[in-house]
Design a protein around this ligand. Structure first.
Ligand SMILES: [Cu+2]
Length: 468
């Protein structure tokens, strides 16, 4: 009996039973698992898509937990050595997003109003989960329609198939406190919210990107978690009116050396963490309407880190008492619980150099390359280089220091230019239709670049000479 009881505790059933007992007979807590797919991804393809009206619980209630994964037709998780879900965002159609008046889509041009949909849950490679304190939940309605947008990469040369599977736990308890998601982002309101850390800083120095957000309601921030890419130190949330004090820092845990992130081809960007810490607090951080919170996205400044992100989603429970508490800069709530992965990993951002990738003509397999094939074209001044589907030609150019390269993005397919490694980091937005991106090269050395949407096909080096 004793052993059986221990087993029960070990699997967490006791907690579940208590929840059910505490709720009135009419309310219930349930989990449902949904799938979309099959999704077909060609060999080494980077696929980005949107799916409208995805399946969801057909009830009125509140979401209390949510998670997402990639599975095969039997429901077995698909490894990163096959397919990697780089990111996925779930949106509630017809609700206005709390921090965006409009969104810029993947083409870096088209804009849609922020009233189109509300971002309420997202996960990256770290597989962030949706969590709020007990008694809280994100409102769920029968009439709601969900949309999801995601990006997946195939790490093998063969076409692969999988499903995106998500588990939603919800309660129909009517006294649940509703939470509103606030998406705080260093480059907010974009389908591809990336920026670049150029590198070249002193060892140990930090590159900080700050963005302020004004909350439009009196409330308590009761939960939150973050998303960074390789080189990220932390995401720190601060309260401007209280001497900019730190409310919470979401910290990355990095995979061990043998983690698949560091052992797949091609590498789309410097590998991200395997986990980011989050927090839960029923009492919450009181923030009144009109007051600012500041998101600090902190990265290592010594090395370059291109196409990085700094995103924290926080969940706010409306509370009329927040104004008085915040006016006094009330002490930090004493019930803040930090959740993080217990997995094996590293706490310091690992040093990692993103290689260029090419296809080995003998095996058809992706492998690191020093540079694209072909000679280096020596240029004496500024240059305009064409970007075509799916080549960057010439593959290798050399320009004098201080020279400017203009890339002209031809055709209708979107491409970008992203520095994998070199003296300084930069990247262009996704461009097409003849749009031009110019860059003046002041720091000598060899810049190894690729298109992040076509990483094995489109590579280029620009060598900047010290002398003319
Ligand atoms: Cu491309």
């Amino acid at each position: 009996m004793r052993t059986r009881l221990h087993t029960l505790i070990a699997v967490g059933c006791v907690a579940l039973i208590m929840v059910v007992l505490a709720a009135p007979a009419s309310a219930e807590t349930r989990s449902e698992t949904f799938r979309t797919g099959p999704i077909t991804v060609a060999g080494y393809q980077v696929k980005q898509e949107q799916a409208m009206s995805i399946p969801k619980p057909d009830v009125d209630g509140f979401i209390t937990d949510m998670s997402v994964d990639v599975v095969d037709k039997n429901g077995t998780p698909v490894g990163i050595d096959r397919l990697m879900l780089h990111h996925i965002v779930f949106l509630n159609v017809g609700k206005k997003d709390a921090t965006c008046d409009e969104f810029e889509l993947l083409d870096s041009k088209t804009r849609v109003p922020g009233s189109v949909a509300e971002r309420f849950y997202a996960a990256g490679e770290e597989r962030a989960v949706f969590k709020v304190p007990e008694g809280h939940g994100y409102p769920l309605a029968k009439k709601d329609s969900w949309l999801m947008t995601w990006m997946m990469m195939n790490h093998r040369r063969v076409t692969d198939q999988a499903y995106i599977e998500y588990k939603v736990t919800y309660t129909t308890e009517p006294s649940t406190t509703p939470v509103k998601p606030y998406w705080l982002d260093a480059r907010n309101c974009k389908s591809d919210p990336v920026y670049d850390v150029p590198g070249g800083g002193k060892p140990g120095s930090t590159h900080t990107d700050r963005k302020s957000f004004t909350l439009p309601e009196d409330g308590r921030i009761v939960a939150g978690g973050g998303h960074v890419h390789g080189g990220g130190k932390n995401l720190t949330l601060r309260q401007a009116s209280c001497n900019n004090r730190r409310l919470f820092a979401s910290k990355p845990l990095w995979g061990a050396k043998d983690h698949p992130f560091y052992n797949v081809q091609p590498v789309l960007h410097e590998p991200g963490p395997v986990n980011m810490s989050g927090f839960l607090s029923k009492r919450g951080f009181a923030i009144p309407a009109g007051q600012q919170v500041v998101l600090e996205s902190n990265y290592d400044a010594e090395r370059l880190h291109t196409r990085v992100m700094g995103i924290m989603i926080v969940y706010v429970a409306h509370d009329d008492a927040a104004r008085a508490q915040a006016a006094e800069c009330a002490p930090r709530p004493d019930d803040v619980r930090v959740f993080r992965s217990e997995d094996r990993g590293r706490f310091r951002p690992p040093l990692f150099t993103v290689p260029l990738t090419g296809i080995d003509p003998r095996t058809g397999l992706a492998r690191p390359i020093e540079r694209p094939p072909g000679p280096t074209r020596l240029l004496t001044g500024n240059a305009t280089l064409p970007v075509r589907s799916f080549t960057l030609k010439p593959g290798n150019v050399s320009i004098p220091r201080g020279g400017t390269v203009a890339w002209r993005f031809l055709g209708s397919d979107l491409h970008d230019i992203t520095v994998a490694n070199g003296p300084r980091g930069f990247s262009t937005p996704h461009l097409n239709g003849g749009r031009v991106y110019q860059r003046k090269f002041g720091t000598p050395g060899t810049y190894k670049m690729f298109c992040s949407l076509h990483p094995v096909d489109m590579t280029q080096t620009v060598t900047v000479r010290k002398r003319r």
